[in-house]
Design a protein around this ligand. Structure first.
Ligand code: ADP
Length: 571
């Protein structure tokens, strides 16, 4: 009887064990299905693709925890192949490994079980990691590995029918130390291979996304940082991108623009026309446009077609370079050349005329006094030429970045003012000159010739720009901080308020009818500013249109003192 019951009981036990195993397999298969779906969702981009390293890390952490739970493993780590070094390198995050262990854990793709699984693409179970001749012993010791299950990380590319068209091995996946001193079994292999496939696909697509997203961010930063405006529209003339320079040019607010029709965002008809003609197919163009934002600015606009995969037009990119300053300097330069020629020709014509008259007077028609008057005029015109040439030389010095070397000496300012006023008096019989010099005015250390040039420029302007005459007052006094202030006040045409800021820029001339009547080069005040600044001084202007102007320069009284101190300090 006992012989009969024993096999019966054994059978029952086997049946029960089988039932238990079936239930466990069903349970594991369910978990696997669930995991696969979750991972596939992440990999396929639903609900949102992984685009940052932080998102990838969070997903992998979750994945490793689940794997640890399902396989009853203490540790799990993904290793990716690095073609540059030929190594398989442990990735962070990992389950049950410290950050230090992750950083140290790497093997050559020709070494150990990791290498073998990677090369052969087949899983390996190791029951005794220490005794197994295939394992790398330092790593076994480092990670305290008892037993292991290692599978390849394979990325599969499928065609539209779901057929695998490409298989790419990107690394290996280790699961170490089955809990409760268990061993990894074949059922674990089946389970983990499917999971590893999903993990590999998540990693490779996420890495691709992250690389593309990084590149996109880099590109956006570059575009936003550009001084040139960049505008990209799609085939339907909707704005796809506008960098901050372009938004500024067209007065578009920072968060507006993208996605809207071009015509809604940019009102300038010429811009529409340029982009439309480019979109219509053939015309990549370059044009110079005036855009009012709000004052007129000149832009060099370049359009280029964006072509799609089949070379069809998918949009247009337009770049806008602000060339307003360039154009205005070009215009001023060409005006400058013609005015300088005129300024040179006028005194030369006069000199030539008087010399010819004197030479032709073989009969002694002109008396001594008239002859002297002719000589004085010739002398004055020569001075004018010398002044102009000096101005030009100083301009070229400043333009080429060379310093205006100062020859410092003690200057008796009242005497210098008196001399310049006397020489300027000879150019006009319509103006009164009034010189007011404070009694306590000290002698100053300065470059006499350069101060002469400053005073001459300011006084000749005061004469030129008060064509109806009037009083010109020169006022010199001592101001706070041991500084000397000199102001020249005229009762002339004055300067429009909006022009005052630009007065001291080279070639700038006020564009008014009264101002244009006077010949000039537009470099006088530019030089005055540089010459005064070379003396560590400042120049300023106040003016009322139709009433007159006051130009004031302030200089340190004892400039040489600072220079001497500096010299004394250097060996
Ligand atoms: P310019 O050779 O034209 O006189 P400046 O640089 O000396 O060149 O002066 C620049 C412009 O500033 C002049 O063209 C003129 O329009 C204006 N300006 C200078 N001084 C006076 C002044 N005293 N009164 C009115 N306008 C002046």
């Amino acid at each position: 009887m006992t012989e009969q019951t024993t096999p019966g009981r054994q059978e029952e036990e086997i049946q029960a064990e089988l039932e238990r195993l079936r239930a466990r397999i069903a349970e594991l298969q369910e978990v696997r299905r669930q995991l696969e779906t979750e991972l596939r969702d992440t990999a396929s981009g639903a609900p949102a693709p992984i685009t940052t390293a932080a998102e990838l890390e969070a997903t992998l952490r979750w994945f490793l925890r689940r794997v640890g739970m399902i396989l009853q493993a203490e540790k799990a780590v993904l290793m990716l192949y690095e073609p540059e070094t030929g190594e398989l390198v442990a990735q962070s995050p990992a389950l049950g490994l410290t950050q230090d262990e992750i950083e140290i854990f790497r093997v050559r793709a020709t070494q150990g079980i990791s290498g073998q699984v990677f090369r052969e693409g087949r899983p390996i179970i190791t029951d005794d990691a220490t005794g197994d001749p295939r394992t790398v012993k330092e790593n076994v010791a480092l990670l305290n590995v008892r037993n292991a299950l290692t599978v390849p990380l394979v990325v599969e590319r499928k065609d539209a029918d779901g057929m695998v068209v490409e298989r790419n091995n990107i690394g290996v996946f280790h699961v170490f130390n089955k809990r409760a001193n268990g061993r990894f079994a074949e059922e674990d292999v089946t389970l983990i291979i499917a999971l590893a496939k999903s993990a590999a696909s998540v990693i490779s697509s996420a890495k691709l996304y992250i690389a593309v997203a990084d590149e996109k961010r880099e590109l956006e930063r570059t575009l936003q940082g550009m001084l040139a405006g960049v505008l990209v529209v799609d085939g339907d003339a909707h704005i796809r991108l506008m960098n901050s320079a372009a938004k500024h040019m067209f007065g578009v607010s920072a968060d507006d623009g993208t996605g809207k029709p071009l015509s809604q965002v940019i009102r300038d008809e010429e811009v529409h026309e340029l982009i439309r003609s480019c979109l219509s197919g053939d015309a990549e163009a370059s044009a110079e446009l005036s855009i009012y934002s709000p004052e007129e600015r000149i832009f060099q606009v370049q359009t280029a077609l964006l072509l799609g995969d089949n070379d069809d037009v998918s949009g247009v990119v337009a770049t806008f370079n602000d060339i307003t300053e360039l154009r205005s300097v070009e215009r001023m330069k060409s005006e400058f050349v013609s005015t300088v020629s005129h300024e040179l020709r006028t005194p030369l014509t006069s000199i030539k005329g008087f010399i010819r008259t004197l030479l032709d007077d073989t009969e002694g028609y002109y008396d001594r006094e008239t002859q002297m008057e002719f000589y004085r005029i010739i002398d004055t015109e020569c001075d004018r030429l010398v002044r102009l040439i000096n101005d030009l030389l100083n301009l070229s010095r400043i333009e080429s970045g060379r310093a205006l070397d100062l020859v410092l000496a003690e200057v008796d300012l009242p005497e210098l003012i008196g001399r310049v006023v006397d020489s300027q008096r000879s150019y006009t019989d319509r103006h009164e000159f009034q010189v007011v010099v404070a009694e306590d005015l000290p002698h100053i250390k300065a470059d006499r010739d350069k101060l002469d040039q400053v005073l001459t420029n300011l006084l000749s302007n005061a004469i030129k720009y008060s064509p109806d005459g009037g009083t010109i007052t020169i006022h010199a006094r001592l101001t706070e901080g041991d500084k000397v202030s000199v102001s020249i006040t005229d009762q002339g045409i004055g300067i429009p308020e909006d022009q005052i800021g630009r007065l001291f820029t080279r070639f700038h001339r006020v564009d008014s009818r009264d101002s244009r009547k006077q010949y000039g080069t537009g470099i006088g005040l530019y030089l005055v500013k540089h010459l005064i600044e070379a003396h560590r001084g400042e120049v300023s202007v106040t003016s009322e249109q139709g009433e007159g102007s006051t130009f004031t320069f302030v200089l340190p009284a004892d400039l040489s003192l600072e220079g001497d101190e500096e010299k004394g300090e250097s060996p």
